[in-house]
Design a protein around this ligand. Structure first.
Ligand code: PLP
Length: 410
């Protein structure tokens, strides 16, 4: 994989920010888009746009074909047994809420348990809190180790005969921890619980095979994997999708509507009420083509190499605290850190002045910030267009920030 060649496909990277060449290290929040994705959107709107599944005219057929082809491509990308198990949503947040509404609220009762980790993104935490309140189920948390990993024995000790749902990020957006989802799914299934995986940070960066993971649901977002904003995916096992009620009711998702009752289309269309996100799905398919051409093993190895390099570079700077597992094999393509006791927003502002874009804040993981005993952290995240030179610039900018604040704080 040649990141320098790949960068040529990303027009946005070729600009100066505050007088410096842009170093974009915030792909975990949202990735940039290659020309191929931008071109797919332009081509669709210029030649094929129409509503789908309705008109019998040529544009209607073309748009429907492109939309359903996108579903097939996404299904192949995550090794789903069939395209009908891929539901297009607005993103990870909406996908997880659909499971919390359609599955948890429908099937949980008082005394049932939902098992999570305290490191979850709010999108994989708040919907379960709400589902627990609505059904009388309770939340239980698998304890985190000091380095942000979880131990399988703690998973086994937390999951009980009452557990109905285990929900967890495949890769933590703060600590970068890669969780052994297959092993955890086996623990869940042994007590008859389902395994819900937040794949927002894994599907863009690792080869993901839903059948090998044996997860019951997988949620992810297009905008973190080179696709447009506003498109995401919910994958589910057929038996659950068939048993679940739709979340949204209206046009497109119905079979027969009478004055006092209606019936629904089959999965996945019953979950896609209203005009679907047609252009978004087509853009996501172009992103999937792009990633497939490069190969997800190559993307994973590249991101991993950069994260290792960044970890080593930042570790050498006095006054920098790094969070998450030290063992690179347990870490995805990001490094989260703090500089002295300075608020991460201030650090990020100094880095931005050097052209380096990172994320700073609580990363939608307030309970985890409390465990780490910080109000915020800085996070540098890497993708296929980043190079070692980007990380050298990050390290230099962090040194500049450290010296600036050391001086300012006396
Ligand atoms: N889960 C994780 C682990 C994430 O990193 C994110 C986004 O940052 C989300 C969920 C939410 O994704 P979205 O905002 O695209 O719905």
């Amino acid at each position: 994989m040649n990141a320098l060649e790949i960068r040529k496909d990303f027009p946005i990277l070729n600009q100066l920010i505050n007088g410096h060449p842009l170093v974009y290290l915030d792909s975990a929040a949202s990735s940039q888009k290659p020309r191929q994705v931008i071109e797919a959107l332009r081509h669709y709107y210029e030649t094929n746009h129409s509503n789908v599944h309705r008109g019998v005219h040529t544009l209607g057929s073309r748009a429907t074909e492109a939309y359903e082809l996108a579903r097939e491509k996404v299904a192949r990308f995550i090794h789903a047994p069939s395209p009908e198990q891929v539901i297009f949503t607005r993103g990870t947040t909406e996908s997880l809420n659909m499971v919390a509404y359609g599955y948890a609220r429908a099937f949980l009762k008082p005394g049932d348990e939902i098992v999570l980790t305290p490191a979850e993104h709010h999108s994989n935490l708040v919907p379960w809190q709400q589902a627990a309140k609505a059904t009388g189920a309770t939340l239980k948390y698998i304890p985190l180790q000091a380095d942000g990993t979880i131990r399988l024995e703690d998973v086994r000790a937390t999951v009980s005969a009452n557990t109905k749902i285990v929900a967890m990020a495949h890769v933590s957006n703060v600590l970068g921890t890669i969780h052994p989802i297959r092993e955890i799914a086996d623990v869940a299934h042994a007590v008859g619980a389902i395994m819900v995986v937040d794949g927002a940070q894994s599907v863009p960066h690792l080869p993901v095979d839903v059948q090998a993971l044996d997860c019951d649901f997988l949620a992810f977002s297009g905008h973190k994997m080179l696709g447009p904003t506003g498109i995401g995916v919910l994958y589910g096992k057929r038996k659950w999708l068939d048993a679940m009620e739709p979340t949204y009711f209206g046009g497109e998702m119905i079979d027969v509507v009478e004055l006092y009752d209606s019936t629904w289309k089959d999965t996945p269309w019953k979950f896609e009420g209203g005009t679907p996100i047609i252009a978004g799905a087509i853009g996501l398919a172009a992103a999937v083509d792009y990633l497939t051409d490069i190969g997800m093993e190559a993307v994973r190895d590249h991101d991993h190499r950069l994260a290792e390099y960044a970890f080593q570079q930042l570790k050498e700077i006095d006054g920098v605290t790094i969070y998450g597992p030290e063992d690179g094999r347990q870490r995805g393509g990001l490094v989260t850190f703090n500089v002295l006791n300075v608020h991460a927003h201030d650090v990020s502002t100094v880095l931005d002045a050097e052209g380096v874009a990172i994320r700073a804040g609580h990363h939608c993981a307030q309970p985890l910030m409390r465990i780490l005993n910080v109000s915020s952290t800085a996070r540098a995240s890497f993708y296929l267009y980043n190079t070692e030179s980007d990380i050298d610039k990050l390290a230099a900018a962090v040194r500049t920030a450290k010296e600036f604040f050391q001086h300012a704080l006396g």
